[in-house]
Design a protein around this ligand. Structure first.
Ligand SMILES: Cc1cc2nc3c(=O)[nH]c(=O)nc-3n(C[C@H](O)[C@H](O)[C@H](O)COP(=O)(O)OP(=O)(O)OC[C@H]3O[C@@H](n4cnc5c(N)ncnc54)[C@H](O)[C@@H]3O)c2cc1C
Length: 455
């Protein structure tokens, strides 16, 4: 009689987008999943996030229901001169999908915990702060002195995680950038009759950027929560002094008055949005991490912002350059680079694929699959980080030689339009399946012992 293969276990530290996506992916791969979250699982902030087609395809393959999650498919994107409101550029944006973060979190929790045939329901434990990880033994230690162990540990504990210190053997904290963001989702019903809405929120599905003359700030607006909410983000970067948040802080607070002052150089109609803002608003300083060649050690893998925090958007071209670009008929493809959460979902997809159907659960087996994860994820993620750092349009192409060194065998996009396609059309699941098959066919001590189904 065939012996039963023991069910492997995984501990996931952090219940954000990276943690919950990997939880669902790993339960489907046959793992017993426990997620430890420092705070509550219902604490996601009321703002939106946009994903490309491949991450959305993957989330759908995990059961995500676009209607239930009130997803807003995007249609087009326009860039306005924030002072004159002249249209500077517009292009198709139909490969993006916008989500209200609390909706997404609720859906992910549902998919993680539901009882069905896709694997054992995940155990989600809130208010459990992990203080230390032993990557070789696969043990996590909690602030209250308790501990837990698993075959695999996924650190998805966000930008200030220390897990990469364990992987690299040196302290490598995230670096503060000069970009801050204030974001809020406003009910569309409230915006009616407001001049701001006529400019930024007149066409459902349309994403609009309004660029402040002279640079330093821009407003981003797009729809979410079944077109009932409009998500507004004010980005400030470069010389702009945002004194409400220190350089080393990730999250702080600003006031409606501060936003009103920042909006002074925009067209007065855009400033009318301040009427609908709260007196006190959350403020983020964006942080980044340097590209690295590995995210794994022993039984530990680090994913999401904990591994590769990157800018969601970088300096826009000046309005004068935007005009030159428009005059030459060039379409801008990727103003809102926004690859942080996109990359986190692809990390989870890679893990779910590489760890599906293991027939042996041993440290050696886990170790070679994690090495494969590094080989697949590191070059593309590093390239995405480098591109996210570069101010849009002006300098992206100066980085191409740097990126060629990381991805020598890949045909790289040569302009902004193709860059977005390069990012959005990459199928990480297919890539992982192919590389897994290649390895399984190879003799040698780092090869898998075969594919099979858990009993
Ligand atoms: C203004 C703005 C706009 C953005 N827009 C986009 C966009 O449109 N598209 C996109 O792809 N990306 C976007 N991003 C980036 C995206 O939000 C992040 O990349 C993504 O949310 C990271 O998810 P994560 O799960 O890795 O980290 P987090 O969301 O930070 O989750 C980490 C979790 O770990 C928990 N945790 C921390 N420490 C511990 C501990 N010791 N023990 C247990 N739990 C712990 C935290 O409480 C948290 O819940 C944007 C970012 C910003 C700031």
């Amino acid at each position: 009689m065939a012996s039963e293969i023991p069910c492997p276990s995984v501990i996931i530290v952090g219940g954000g987008i990276a943690g919950l996506t990997s939880a669902i992916a790993m339960r489907r791969a046959g793992f017993k999943v426990t997620v430890y979250e420092k705070y509550s699982f219902s604490g996601e902030i009321g703002a939106a996030v946009a994903f490309g087609r491949q991450p959305v395809n993957y989330l759908q393959s995990l059961g995500l229901d676009l209607d239930r999650v009130k997803c807003c498919p995007c249609t087009d994107m326009q860039i306005l001169d924030g002072r004159t409101l002249d249209l500077l550029n517009s292009h198709d944006n139909s490969s993006s999908y916008a989500f209200f973060r609390p909706d997404l979190q609720q859906e992910m929790r549902y998919l993680a915990e539901q009882v069905d045939s896709t694997g054992q329901p995940c155990r989600l434990v809130e208010f459990a702060a992990v203080s230390r990880i032993d990557p070789e033994k696969g043990i996590v230690y909690f602030e209250d002195g308790s501990q837990d162990a698993a075959d695999l540990i996924i650190a998805a504990d966000g930008v200030h995680s220390k897990a990469m210190d364990l992987v690299l053997g040196v302290a490598c904290p995230a670096k503060p950038s000069d970009t801050t963001a204030t974001r809020i989702a406003v009910p569309v019903a409230k915006l009616k009759e407001n001049p701001f809405a006529r400019i930024m929120a007149s066409v459902p599905g349309r994403t609009t950027f309004s660029v402040r003359p002279g640079g330093g700030a821009y407003l981003l607006g797009y729809w979410c929560h079944g077109f009932e909410y409009f998500n507004i983000v004010l980005y400030r970067y470069g010389v702009e002094d945002v004194s409400a948040i220190a350089m080393d802080e990730t999250r702080g607070e600003t006031t409606r008055e501060d936003i009103r002052v920042a909006m002074n150089q925009f067209h007065p109609d855009l400033g009318t949005v301040c009427e609908h803002l709260l007196d006190v608003l959350p403020l983020w300083r964006l942080h980044t991490r340097d590209p690295v060649s590995r995210y794994t050690r022993g039984r530990l893998v680090v994913i999401g912002d904990a591994a590769h925090a990157m800018l969601s958007v970088r300096a826009m071209p000046s309005n004068s350059l935007l005009r030159v670009i428009a005059d030459r008929g060039i379409r801008l493809g990727s103003q809102h680079f926004g690859q942080g959460a996109n990359s986190a979902i692809l990390d989870a997809a890679a893990l779910g694929t590489l760890f599906a159907d293991m027939t042996v659960v041993s440290a050696k087996e886990i170790s070679w699959r994690l090495r494969l994860y590094d080989q697949i994820r590191s070059p593309r993620v590093s390239a995405t980080q480098i591109w996210s750092e570069a101010p849009v349009f002006e300098q992206k192409w100066q980085k191409i030689d740097e990126i060629k060194k990381i991805l020598p065998e890949t045909e790289l996009p040569q302009d902004v339009e193709h860059l977005l396609m390069w990012l959005q059309e990459y199928d990480v699941v297919q890539d992982c399946r192919e590389k897994l098959q290649e390895q399984i066919g190879k003799p040698g001590d780092n090869c898998a012992t075969g594919l099979g189904k858990f009993k």
